[in-house]
Design a protein around this ligand. Sequence first.
Ligand code: PMP
Length: 318
Amino acid sequence: MRLPSYAYFEGKITPIDEAKISVMTHALHFGTGAFAGIRAYWNEDEDQLYLFRPLDHFERFLNSAKLLCMEIDHTAESLLGITKNLLRTECWRENVYIRPLVYAANTLLGGPRLYGLRAEVTIFSMPLANYVPDEEGTHVTVSSWTRIDDNTIPARGKVTGGYVNSALAKNDALRAGFDEALLLNRHGHISEGAGENFFMVRDGLVVTPPTTDSILEGITRRTVIELIRRELGLEVVERSVDRSEVYLAEEAFLTGTAVQVAAITRVDHRTIGTGKMGPVVSRLRELFFLAAQGRIETYRSWVIPVYEHALDGYENPA
Ligand code: PMP
């Protein structure tokens, strides 16, 4: 796997070895940062790299920064421009993952606070292998760790410090032999996976926890909801989900930029449905991968090409 060679750092694209921060950096000590995770899909037939819903990711990134009272001199569009330049500089011709990060860059610590901090944006990209075993289905466990609450660290923001919660849950899950953890919120309802949103199929209905149940408002979640309604013709209900409902689900799956769409086939040693990837998940995965590579006309607005040769021969109608 090729490692990244460049990063956007302190206002320009630099060799990645020069993108370094001080040990005194505020964000390193207090978790005062926010990030995004975006995928770009390589489309071999078109010789093109497509960013998947980058503007939606950057809007959420700016909102996460807003929750941390960070003022950034960027718009979603300007961040997209930087990302395209970075990816072109790297010349990627494979599927890559893009990691924008905004962090409190002050080096005179001054204690945990948010006002008066200097926010810096950095972005780098790298190839990404599969995140969980997604062909054979994942075995998840309900974690003993409670999901961070809106009044502790808002899960709706992708805040660096909040990911200690995910790390605690995922760590215990992996060490106990599971692939991933599902976290309950403080009311005992399913919130989400350590790094993914959760869906299940019960009585032919697709159900997912609402955005008020301590979840990250996932871009893949939004994508999948639209695909299920429009392409599969099924109803999607956003409502609180009990732990024991998951054990009895016909199908269950995780969605997220890293995991994409992955079937859950076992939960806490109980088989979900037949124990194999079900029809809703398999159809959804097909649709999702086609859409993400810009191969479905209806969803072309979700993808943005990185390389300009896509415009070769294009004549401006004006
Ligand atoms: N929940 C959490 C906790 C996550 O870290 C992620 C990954 N960003 C998601 C859900 C899925 O969000 P998205 O589909 O926007 O990647």
